[in-house]
Every structure is written in structure tokens, then in C-alpha cells.
Design a protein around this ligand. Structure first.
Ligand code: IVH
Length: 660
């Protein structure tokens, strides 16, 4: 098949699957199949650069950095919205509209007000040619390269016609994506983002679009620049946007009466905590475009729409006292104990105060009435205190100068706001470490829950995680609430945990900055504990996703006398973790492979697959070579292999064997 034809078939298929995915339809293919199509397209475009078009689905990987953004002009301007804060505000808005139109009822479109960053997308002949931020409403920044990396922005409208239209909508992170991204950042030693909206704005305004491509942004459409030909209402527009391939909000509604608008608002308030994205109100718009034109706009905002804002989810309660908790890493965190209060549908009894600086900044003291906030999934926090009018207040809070649990010394590392207990045998730290070790992401030890961890540390039977493997049966059954059955089960679970793969073992150690993802990456690379424990920082940073901070943290963990002693003890009790996917059992285990010719997948990926399948990869054919994987246009190596009688297989055969 001619590359031109293959490229256009692949691009059309990938577009179809993107659309299925983002418009909520079921997908016909698996992720692996999708990746295979994408890789083939990338390969064909690399080989035939002239055939690569701007709206190719591969444009999503980002392109070369810019030296600055150019300016886009918004015509018509991107307006903002007037605000309503109550039912009465909405009812006056409604009366104003009815007066202006001299009507006694109108239809409204009501939509969640997405708390992200607005974006304008210009399509010419159905192809995305420009994307601009709102800026001051008239002039924004040209972020076209970045917008192309956002998977829910169609690079070409799904229509056979040549359409010129400007789509406006919101870029944001879903709550899930934001959380996942932050988890990953913490694991690789990067600072997590504090605020989803700021992170969106920052991610969208990157000069290097490959950075944006690595951030899981989403886009939802809700308006156009000018009203498109042939459409009369917002309802029509939404239908069209859906067909063109945009993601729409499932909570959008058309209302026939003011009562329906109010009910829609109440529903949205209820649904808010469970929505996939953060919203800060409900936008109410006249459904009919001709009515909008009749009502008109003021300079800053249209008269035909308003944003009915939510009250922030804050509740007042009494601060009973401030306690200091000690975490697994020894970090001291002040925690507010509160009179139970319902915030956003959940009863809250404690809230974090982060650190001493925060407590002082907010000036919260025991006995104060405080405002508590719960935003989405975030841990509840104390926003501010409302000091009593008579001025009689409790003591100013002071962080302790010793660990509240072990009474050992605390230190404040340079440049940090946090204090740390540095005693590795501190009971609080051991309790937390043990809980973490037994947790689901780590060794997943059935029967070793929070309560038992606490009990074991409290009675002094466990002084480090390795100690649980030296427990004696008769000691264990002597514990309160522990019967023979429970003890037997626990021993079985402990025995089973000895066979844990290296990746989970590493997660369990709780090395600062090393979570599940980093553990898996390292385990895949080093395969056994010995190799990892002796790896240099250079070797560690060579692993995908491991930065210098994490590398240094890993190195310190394995060289520090206290932490390395825990690892040694574990080894003494019989641990010898290896990574399960060492490829033993695949058809390629032990083979020495050479790749030649052009492959559909990147060489690096092929190499990784081979290594993961237990094979070795070299670049030249020698007497030791056992397999040659030949891609398209294979030349001298193929000849040499045939001459030497080395087994030759295709890329497809290689893939199948690697799965083994
Ligand atoms: S309509 C003139 N619809 O709210 C119409 N805006 O304060 C303006 N926003 O800049 C846009 N969700 O970023 C519209 N469903 C929605 C929206 C929405 C969020 C944002 C948008 C705009 C701001 C106005």
C-alpha cells in the first residue's frame, strides 16, 4: 500500500477511536491496539515527512519549543459573565430578561461552570489552525502547539464538510487526573501542584509543548465565536458540537421555567462532590440565539447570561485543640481536633493545619470558632479562625521542641517549613512504617491492619518492620484479641509475603520520594535487590522517571546505617526479592537478539520488550547471536545472519514471542 494511503487510513481510524473515547461512546479497540496504530502512523510520518499534516493525530506528542507566544485577537471578544449569588439574584436576572424581550417565558440552557481556563479554537475548513487563551478578552496568547496535545480537542472536525468556526470552551484537569498526576510527581521527587486551576493555566502556557503533552488536560466546549449558520439555539449547538467530536458536560440541561433552573441548581449543588471535575457554579444562558442578540451585551459581559456561583463549602465549628502527629518519615504535622461538623456532605472531625507557619498565619488557637473547608477530594483544612469579640483566647500554638511520641530530638532541615523527628526507632514512625509495609500497595499482608500494627509496637514486640518476621507463635497468641485461628492466618500471610516481587518490596520500604511507579521502574531495571542496593546515583538517574532527588534519596537509604540495617535484617529473615517479570518462561528468555531494518515500533521500545522478556540485545551479529529480528529493508546484517544460520524472525513474530 502507498504510504499516503496508509497514513490517511490510519489517521481516520485513530480519529474515530479518539472520538469514541471522548464523546462517551464505547471503544472498539484496546489501548494496546490503539498504541500500535499510533506507532505505525508515527513511523510512516517519520519516514515520509512530507506526508505529515498539521491535523495528524500524532501532533498530540508536542513539537519544538517556542521562544515566546504570539498574540491572537478575539473577534468577537471573549466576554466574562455577571454573577448571581442567590435565588433572588437569579429571579431578578430572569425578570430583566423577560422585560427586555417583552415575553412571559423563555428557555434557558444551564451548564456547570467549569473551574478551569477558557480557550478559543479556530477551525478553518474543519481543521484546527489556531488556539488562543482568553488573555484580556481581546488579546490572548497563541497556544496552538499546546492545544494540539490535548486529546479531547479534535484536530479536525468530524464532518465531511469544510467548516469555518471558532469553538470556545474550558481546559481543566479532571479530579482523578489531577490526583494521579500529583502522585506521580511526588514519586519522582517533583513538587505536586497545589491548585488545579493554576496548574491548568501553567500547563497550557508552556513554551515547550512536549511538557503540555505530559499533562493530562481535558477540554469541554460550550460556545462559538459567532453563531454558526443554520443553528438557532444552544441546544442545536450542543448537538452539533457532539457530532463534531467535542466532549460535552453531562450535566448540561435545557430548562423551560425558572423553577426548573432553580431545581437544576439545587441538583448541581448535591452532585458537585461526585462530579469528575471541579466546578464553581452554574452558567445560565438564554437558549435562543436571536433572543440573545435582541437582549445584547454590555462591554464586559453579555446581558443574556449569568453565572450563579456556589457558596464555598465552608462551615464553622469549634476547634477543640491542636495535636501533633508524627508520620512515617518523621514529619510533624499539627492537626486540628474539631467538634464534628458536616462539610460538603461529609462529617469532619480533624483537619490538617499543615505546619507551624500555617498555624501562625491563620492564628488559630484552641477554643476558637474556625471555618473548615473541604474542596473535592482534598483533606479538610482550617481556613481561618473567627476570634471571639471579648478577645479572650487560648494560648498561641507552638510546635513542640521534642517528638511528642518518643521525646527524641526534632530538626528543621534548611529551607524547609516542616519539623522532623529524627529517631528511627520512634514508635510513631515504626507504627506507620509497619502499616505502610503491610498495606495494599506494598506487601499486602492480610490480617496485619492498623490496630494490630499499633498493638505490636505498643507492647514492644516489634521495633522495626523486619521484626514481624521473627514473631513467635506463642507470643502472638498471648496478645489481646488474638486467637489461634487469627495467629495461624497471620503466619500464613507473612510467609506468603516473603515471595513478594521486588517492586512491592521497594514500595514497602517507604524510601522518601519512591512510590509505586518509581518502585516498578527501578525493579524492572535492576531486577534484584543486590543490584539496586549497590547502584550508583548515575545508574539510578538513568532509569526512566527517576530524577536526581529521588536517586540521591535511594542512595542514602541504602547507605545510611539505620535504614540499610532494616534491609539487611529483612534479607536475614529470608527475603530475596526479584522482579517477577524477568521474562523467565517467555520464548525469548536467554536469547541474544539483534534488531535490523526499519521496525514499526521505536527501537528503544523493541529493546525494552526484549529485555523484559529475559533476552539480551546486542547491536552486531557475532557468534553468540541467536536471533535476528528483521524489519523492512534489512540489508547486510540479514545476509550475515542467514550465512551463519542464525534464526531470523519478523517484528510480528518477535512481539508474539515476547509476550510468551
Ligand atoms: S460561557 C459570554 N459557559 O466562566 C459567555 N463560560 O466568567 C462566556 N466558564 O471565561 C462563556 N464554564 O472561562 C460559559 N459553561 C460555561 C462555562 C463558562 C466555565 C468560564 C469561562 C468564562 C468564565 C466567565
Amino acid at each position: 500500500m502507498k504510504p499516503y494511503r496508509e497514513i490517511s487510513i490510519l489517521a481516520a481510524q485513530i480519529r474515530k477511536y479518539n472520538r469514541q473515547y471522548y464523546t462517551g461512546n464505547v471503544s472498539d479497540i484496546t489501548d494496546t491496539e490503539y498504541d500500535a496504530l499510533m506507532n505505525r502512523l508515527l513511523y510512516l510520518e517519520r519516514e515520509n515527512p512530507k506526508l505529515r499534516s498539521d491535523d495528524s493525530p500524532t501532533a498530540r506528542v508536542g513539537s519544538a519549543p517556542l521562544s515566546g507566544f504570539s498574540t491572537v485577537i478575539h473577534d468577537p471578544p471573549m466576554l466574562s459573565l455577571s454573577n448571581a449569588f442567590s435565588k433572588d439574584d437569579f429571579l431578578s436576572f430572569n425578570s430583566r430578561i423577560l422585560n427586555l424581550l417583552k415575553l412571559d417565558w423563555v428557555k434557558y440552557s444551564v451548564e456547570p461552570k467549569l473551574d478551569g481556563v477558557s480557550l478559543s479554537l479556530v477551525y478553518e475548513n474543519s481543521v484546527l489552525v489556531r488556539a488562543g487563551t482568553r488573555g484580556d478578552g481581546i488579546r490572548g496568547e497563541d497556544v496552538t502547539d499546546n492545544a494540539r496535545t490535548i486529546r479531547s480537542i479534535p484536530l479536525r472536525l468530524n464532518t465531511a464538510r469544510f467548516i469555518n468556526v471558532e469553538i470556545r470552551g474550558e481546559v481543566f484537569f479532571t479530579v482523578k487526573d489531577f490526583k494521579k498526576m500529583n502522585q506521580k510527581r511526588e514519586e519522582t521527587g517533583e513538587l505536586p501542584f497545589a491548585n488545579s486551576r493554576n496548574a491548568t493555566s501553567g500547563s497550557l502556557r508552556q513554551l515547550d509543548s512536549t511538557v503540555t503533552a505530559g499533562r493530562p488536560l481535558s477540554f469541554m466546549a460550550y460556545a462559538t465565536g459567532l453563531y454558526p449558520h443554520g443553528m438557532e439555539t444552544q441546544e442545536d449547538l450542543f448537538k452539533k458540537l457532539h457530532l463534531w467530536g467535542f466532549m460535552l458536560n453531562r450535566q448540561n440541561r435545557i430548562c423551560d421555567t425558572p423553577e426548573q433552573v432553580i431545581a437544576a441548581y439545587d441538583n448541581l449543588v448535591e452532585a458537585r462532590a461526585d462530579l469528575p471535575m471541579e466546578i464553581d457554579g452554574m452558567v445560565i444562558k438564554l437558549n435562543s440565539f436571536s433572543q440573545r442578540t435582541e437582549v445584547g451585551s454590555l462591554s464586559r459581559a453579555p446581558r443574556w447570561a449569568t453565572a450563579w456561583k456556589f457558596h464555598a463549602e465552608e462551615m464553622a465549628t469549634v476547634l477543640i485543640g491542636i495535636e501533633v502527629q508524627v508520620g512515617r518519615t518523621g514529619r510533624l504535622t499539627p492537626v486540628a481536633r474539631l467538634e464534628p461538623v458536616k462539610v460538603g456532605g461529609v462529617v469532619v472531625t480533624n483537619a490538617t493545619l499543615h505546619n507551624q507557619d500555617e498555624v501562625i498565619r491563620k492564628d488559630v488557637r484552641a477554643g476558637d470558632i474556625v471555618l473548615v473547608r473541604r474542596a473535592g477530594d482534598v483533606i479538610p483544612e482550617v481556613v481561618t479562625s473567627l476570634p471571639p469579640e471579648d478577645g479572650i483566647r487560648g494560648e498561641v500554638f507552638q510546635m513542640p521542641d521534642e517528638c511528642p511520641v518518643c521525646k527524641g530530638p526534632v530538626v528543621q532541615p534548611e529551607g524547609e517549613v516542616n519539623l522532623y523527628c529524627i529517631n528511627p526507632s520512634c514508635e510513631a514512625r515504626i507504627r506507620r512504617s509497619l502499616e505502610h509495609w503491610a498495606g495494599r500497595k506494598a506487601l499486602d499482608i492480610d490480617g496485619l491492619g492498623k490496630k494490630l500494627c499499633e498493638q505490636l509496637v505498643d507492647v514492644g514486640m516489634v521495633r522495626s518492620i523486619a521484626d514481624i518476621y521473627n514473631l513467635k507463635y506463642h507470643e502472638l497468641i498471648a496478645l489481646e484479641r488474638m486467637g489461634e485461628l487469627k495467629a495461624t492466618k497471620l503466619f500464613a500471610a507473612l510467609e506468603k509475603s516473603r515471595k513478594t516481587p521486588l517492586s512491592r518490596f521497594l514500595t514497602g520500604l517507604g524510601i522518601p520520594g519512591v512510590g509505586e511507579v518509581a518502585s516498578r521502574d527501578m525493579a524492572a531495571e535492576f531486577k534484584n535487590l543486590q543490584a539496586l542496593g549497590t547502584a550508583t546515583e548515575e545508574e539510578l538517574t538513568a532509569v526512566k522517571g527517576i530524577g536526581p532527588i529521588t536517586a540521591s534519596s535511594i542512595r542514602s537509604f541504602f547507605t545510611n546505617s539505620v535504614t540499610s540495617a532494616v534491609v539487611d535484617q529483612l534479607v536475614e529473615t529470608g527475603f530475596s526479592p526479584i522482579e517477577e517479570s524477568t521474562g523467565k518462561g517467555t520464548a525469548l528468555a536467554g536469547e541474544i537478539i539483534v534488531f535490523t531494518g526499519t521496525l514499526a515500533m521505536p527501537r528503544q521500545k523493541a529493546k525494552q520488550l526484549a529485555l523484559a522478556a529475559g533476552a539480551n540485545v546486542t547491536s552486531a551479529i557475532t557468534g553468540k547471536t541467536t536471533i535476528l529480528v528483521a524489519g523492512g529493508n534489512a540489508g547486510s546484517k540479514l545476509k550475515k545472519a542467514e550465512k551463519q544460520g542464525v534464526k531470523v524472525i519478523s517484528e510480528q513474530e518477535f512481539l508474539e514471542s515476547a509476550k510468551g
